[in-house]
Write a protein that binds this ligand. Structure first.
Ligand code: ME8
Length: 521
């Protein structure tokens, strides 16, 4: 059927939904950029992609921040959700839907999943007494907390916990221990990277307690059906965004075919919610579980964890202004092995921008295309017979797509870029070795072939680097005369056409030059 054909060719990817209790920070930008690169890659590879992002607007943290700012939680959420959308626009993040959990469709979806879990006999009323971190919006067992020298008790992520005692609904998480372990066993790709998978498996093996899933001491959240004195624990509603976003509970909604999600992209601090609680809720409600969760690492500014209290938060807007959007995107995706923690600082961003982009790719394109401009009036030469060197660089270039596919299928974005930049390096060696500038007089037909081969390799690089640098690659493809409908990965199966008139060349990757004032990194 059309629906199953589409289901087979579809790709559903999500970011975590951010707490809009403040402005977006660089960790949010990093996650959005990486998820966008993964989404763009699949689109260019012919998949029907749905990319969901948004904001997680309920919970005690939002209530407390709103109180401090003398606002309602709704006004605070609305103000900051707008900033998240601006960030996505600034960073060229190509989401299909931006969900806000305060939307009424989301309240309905969350009440529906709650009802289904109730029908499955997994929810009961009792009372909770234990530790809660408002900053993490997480319950912790006593043995997960420690009292520091400052006499403050903190949870495993270092955030303060407070004692909570109230009437509460519980989810029978303990009943899902074996089912979850079977899921990890039967679906070995369910959690990536492997280090996180091991962490989750040992957490589940250590024994699961039932989970408190409602609060009564504030009312900013999704109401519990038939018991309005309770609002749902924010994580129940937050996780449900992934199905609201594709039409749940309307299983006749065309977007419902995207479910189950191919991958949830999240940070390592929230793996437990996504790889333990979420599949348990879904199993309880009789909804297929997501295919995969991938946890990226944390970004640190010069080795320190960014936080407002430390005062080293660098906002994504100023970084984009300082270095350029594509330069910033490339830096994060190439520099930090996806799944590991990473550092960023001014010197590292400048080094990448100038070496990989301005020198290696930019100069190669600029030198070859300006030679075509000057010596051939901008007409891309028709090649003669290919030499062994020509065939070798073309073969290496033709091999990029499979390497990138393999890497991207497990979210190894940096590996895909490594494979592409290995060809950039080899193409520079080829160009220097063939020395086409010296061939103008001695062997013009050979010069024509070398310029053609170089243009073809640059075309392939530009097509494959689009997920990381959409705007710069579009400009590069413009000056190579590539039509807008010949820029997807299917176009890698053909060769650039010799004899075509190219537009005038223009520099694509400027060198970073230090401004007079202090730099923001
Ligand atoms: O956790 N480096 O929201 P959030 C990299 N609302 N990633 C980082 C980071 C850093 N320094 N700091 C945060 C929440 N992140 C919940 C999610 S999903 C149903 C609900 C990542 O605003 C973090 O790991 O605290 C998470 O994936 C995302 O940013 C949003 O974090």
């Amino acid at each position: 059927s059309a629906a199953s054909a589409r289901a087979k060719n579809s790709f559903y990817i999500t970011t975590a939904i951010a707490y809009p209790n403040g402005e977006p920070h660089i960790g949010h930008a990093y996650e959005a950029i990486a998820t966008d690169a993964l989404a763009r890659f699949q689109r260019l590879d012919g998949k029907d992609v749905f990319f969901l992002t948004g904001t997680d607007e309920h919970g005690q943290k939002m209530v407390q921040t709103a109180q401090k700012e003398n606002m309602t939680p709704m006004d605070l959420a609305t103000r900051n959700a707008a900033r998240f959308m601006e960030m996505d626009q600034r960073l060229n993040v190509s989401y299909d839907r931006f969900i806000r959990t305060s939307e009424s469709v989301h309240h309905q979806a969350t009440q529906e999943i709650w009802k289904r879990m109730t029908t499955n006999d997994d929810i009961y009323l009792d009372s909770y007494a234990g530790w809660y971190s408002v900053r993490d919006e997480a319950y912790y067992a006593e043995d997960e907390t420690v009292v520091g020298e400052d006499q403050v008790r903190r949870g495993p992520q270092g955030t303060p916990v407070e004692w909570v005692e109230e009437k509460s609904y519980f989810f029978k998480l303990s009943a899902y221990q074996d089912k979850l372990l079977a899921l990890y066993e039967n679906q070995p790709d369910f959690i990536g990277p492997d280090s996180r998978k091991n962490e989750v498996i040992s957490f589940v093996k250590s024994g699961l307690k039932d989970l408190s899933i409602s609060r009564t001491t504030f009312d900013w959240g999704v109401k519990v059906p038939d018991d309005e004195g309770h609002v749902m624990y924010v994580w129940v509603d937050a996780l449900t965004n992934y199905i609201t976003g594709v039409g749940f509970p309307d299983e006749g909604d065309a977007n419902w075919n995207y479910w189950p999600a191919d991958v949830h992209i999240i940070g390592k601090d929230i793996i437990r919610f996504h790889a333990v609680y979420w599949p348990a809720f879904l199993m309880s409600a009789g909804i297929p579980v997501q295919k995969r969760v991938f946890a990226h690492g944390f970004l640190f500014n010069r080795g320190e964890k960014m936080s407002k209290s430390v005062g080293n938060v660098v906002d994504p807007f100023s970084l984009a202004d300082a270095y350029g959007v594509d330069q910033l995107r490339y830096f994060f995706l190439r520099e930090v092995p996806f799944g590991q923690d990473g550092n960023y600082n001014h010197e590292a961003i400048v080094a990448r921008t100038n070496a990989d982009l301005a020198n290696d790719l930019g100069n190669l394109a600029q030198r070859s295309l300006s030679m075509i401009g000057k010596q051939y009036q901008g007409v891309l030469p028709v090649p003669g017979a290919f030499s062994d060197n020509d065939n070798a660089i073309l073969a290496m270039s033709d091999g990029m797509l499979e390497q990138a596919r393999t890497a991207m299928s497990t979210q190894q974005i940096h590996q895909a870029l490594n494979a592409i930049w290995a060809v950039v390096a080899e193409a520079n060696r080829y160009f220097a070795g063939e020395a086409p500038w010296a061939l103008a007089k001695t062997d013009p037909s050979r010069q024509q072939t070398v310029l053609y081969v170089t243009a073809e390799v640059v075309r392939q690089i530009a097509i494959l680097a689009q997920p990381a640098m959409p705007d710069a690659c579009a400009k590069l493809l413009d000056i190579l005369g590539i039509a807008p409908d010949a820029r997807d990965f299917a176009a890698l199966g053909t060769r650039i056409k010799g004899g075509t008139q190219l537009p005038p060349p223009a520099p694509i990757f400027p060198r970073y030059v230090e401004p007079k004032e202090d730099s923001p990194g």
